[in-house]
Design a protein around this ligand. Sequence first.
Ligand SMILES: *Cc1c(COP(=O)(O)O)cnc(C)c1O
Length: 479
Amino acid sequence: MLYVSTRGHPDRKHFCEILLEGLAPDGGLYLPERYPQVDAATLAKWRGLPYADLAFEILSLYIDDIPAEDLRAICRKTYTAEVFGTREIVPLKRLEDGVFLQALSNGPTLAFKDMAMQLLGNLFEYELARRGEELNILGATSGDTGSAAKYAMRGKKGVRVFMTSPHGRMSPFQQAQMFSLQDANIHNLAIEGVFDECQDIVKAVSNDLEFKRKYRIGTVNSINWARLVAQVVYYFAGYFQATRPHPNPPPEGEGVLPQVSFAVPSGNFGNICAGHVARSMGLPIARLVAATNENDVLDEFFRTGVYRVRASKDTYETSSPSMDISKASNFERFVFDLLGRDGAKVRYLFAEELAVKGRFDLSADMGRARTDYGFTSGKSIHADRLATIRDTFERFGITIDTHTADGLKVAREQRQPGTPMIVLETALPIKFAATIVEALGHEPERPAKFAGIEALPKRVTVLPADVARVKQFIAAHCA
Ligand SMILES: *Cc1c(COP(=O)(O)O)cnc(C)c1O
């Protein structure tokens, strides 16, 4: 399998090249040149596989430059009950009839980012050792990516992490999780700005090819294809759990496989883009429901066809902060597919029209986003979040986090009778305790290993939102 840039660059690359690279040289994102197709027979074969082996089957369709036995060992080392809390790794919990929560947040940092990041840590260590190289990871986080990256990379040979985050905008629990790591290879940079400014800094540094080469800069942001493909796996795992095997499998090519829908709390469009990839491979997904918070750039797009990024000053601080994003970095991947993989057109839209006007209009293509790609959307605001958290606790005795609440609220609006709706649980409530207290009047449960982390000493450097200053810091710490 070879990978292409969404902006039409002529190079074709293998998985391990783009693993360490991040953005393509033309500023585009990598995608496989085609989506491998799975049929009913393959699905039947995969149903019932342990999660690690399912991951191997899916990843091996996309990775042709790691020997199969090594890739299988990496998957088995990554997806263990010890790290993810259960044998199923991503178990479903049933709420009301036909509505499920899929638990993706029982990894080391209690957010779904661990699902991909733990794999990435092991892939990086494997590939860097094989090449005898080092890598400096530069990332931007609004909270969960940063801690997931650090917990995945700490102790890994050949890797340093430089993680930018918006100064003072994360919950106390998130800050404690991120800044309390004392490992020498982990650097926390609190940027005086919002998340999008952090993301712009990362892009600017990555676009400086000379600097990037000299300091061996890589990324772990959700634009990294390896993260995206790791997330494809749990869509399959969720599908298998929500549907029963056919008692009387129809002959090949006949009969209709049961369908499910997924509701995905969305910010950078990484999680739901993995759903788009799973659906494009042939997984029977009826609807992919993008749920946003008050920062509704994606909901606006799927309702109107107009993609209108917001300025930093128009990005709200909300009680689902990991979705406080007004420019969805993975969105370009979907647009590439929606426009028939026309790289020149994607480059024009993102590098020119968006840069100049701050918006582009695809309303003529929106019908197909729904009919051919299954996308719908909705929005959830603070009051909805509180009501959904309260209602779920009262009816089912389950406490959900604020992002999952956004997903569940929108899922209920978008349900179709007869089609199971799986809501991706993207974090555990303890990460956003203040809002849980506001909704329920009591603290959420805290896993024992996180007792008292807010009081631990913090290791962090505050910097202005200035590309040059961040480059300076990296250069000084890459000795
Ligand atoms: C990152 C994150 C999201 C948004 O996921 P995207 O891939 O950026 O769309 C939602 N909820 C939580 C808890 C997150 O950490």
